[in-house]
Ligand binder design. Sequence first.
Ligand code: THU
Length: 160
Amino acid sequence: MKELTLQTKVTACAVEEMNPSMRELVEKAKAMTQKAYCPYSHFHVGAAARLADGQIITGSNQENAAYPSGLCAERTTLFAANANYPQTRVEALAIACYTNGHFTKDAASPCGACRQVMLETEHRFGKPMQVVLYGEDMCYIFDSAADLLPMNFVAENLLG
Ligand code: THU
């Protein structure tokens, strides 16, 4: 028996330190928080995905009176991107959260289901997808969705 340690690489930075294209993506995610439909949680989440051809697809969380029928901003955005541009790789995804009248100081970390969908998106195009989490105090950049979901389940696992 031996104990293994799983490590994740992440870059912590201020939004001002990002390159212009990443900063633009973060600004789009921030703007999208204002379009969230979140009458139950009042927690506004915005996301923006940059495709390999430069297009930016955006989304926000969409809640429902039947709570489990709602969907997070990350999946709304990635499903829209993949549904409309199935051949075009998603290079990067930015996420921002807004509640109680301000953007969250800490970057909110995506839920497990969204991480699984991010991983599938990355996997289907065979290249890493960057994930950028915006926080007023600190942002986090993951160079691959897999870094957010170690020991993950992908298509190959179905082969046994
Ligand atoms: N939510 C997201 O959109 N993304 C996340 O990563 C976490 C949570 C949404 C779901 C729900 O509408 C609200 O935030 C509160 O959980």
